[in-house]
Design a binder for this molecule. Structure first.
Ligand SMILES: [Zn+2]
Length: 117
């Protein structure tokens, strides 16, 4: 299942793609999704506004990544709270933003895959 999440696969059949473009990692083009799975017809968008909840997943990921970046970058700075570290964190988070957008929606779909309509 984790492999299916990381490879943008349908939670129902594991074959169809959720996002039309298969590169979910580093892709700053518009995130186009399939309304439903091209293989099995599983509905990705359950209702209008379904993906607002994915913003919370995205927020959680972003906070986690920010903390991780801080912990990894802080040994390279002499002072404990060097403000230049903010730019490092911002850069990492901007680079990860396209991945976060997609992975948070995929996780959201997987979270609610049992509720079919
Ligand atoms: Zn499917």
């Amino acid at each position: 299942m984790i492999k299916n999440i990381l490879t943008n696969k349908c939670p129902n059949c594991g074959e169809g793609k959720i996002f039309k473009n298969s590169n979910i990692y580093f892709n700053f083009r518009k995130a186009e999704m399939n309304e439903s799975c091209p293989k099995c017809g599983f509905k990705n968008r359950k209702e209008p506004g379904f993906f607002y909840g994915a913003m919370y997943v995205s927020y959680g990921l972003t906070v986690g990544q920010g903390i991780l970046t801080y912990l990894m970058a802080s040994p390279f700075f002499s002072e404990r709270f060097d403000l230049r570290i903010i730019w490092v964190i911002a850069l990492v988070l901007i680079l990860l933003s396209s991945f976060n957008l997609r992975i948070s929606r995929i996780l959201w779909i997987y979270l609610f895959k049992e509720y079919r309509n």
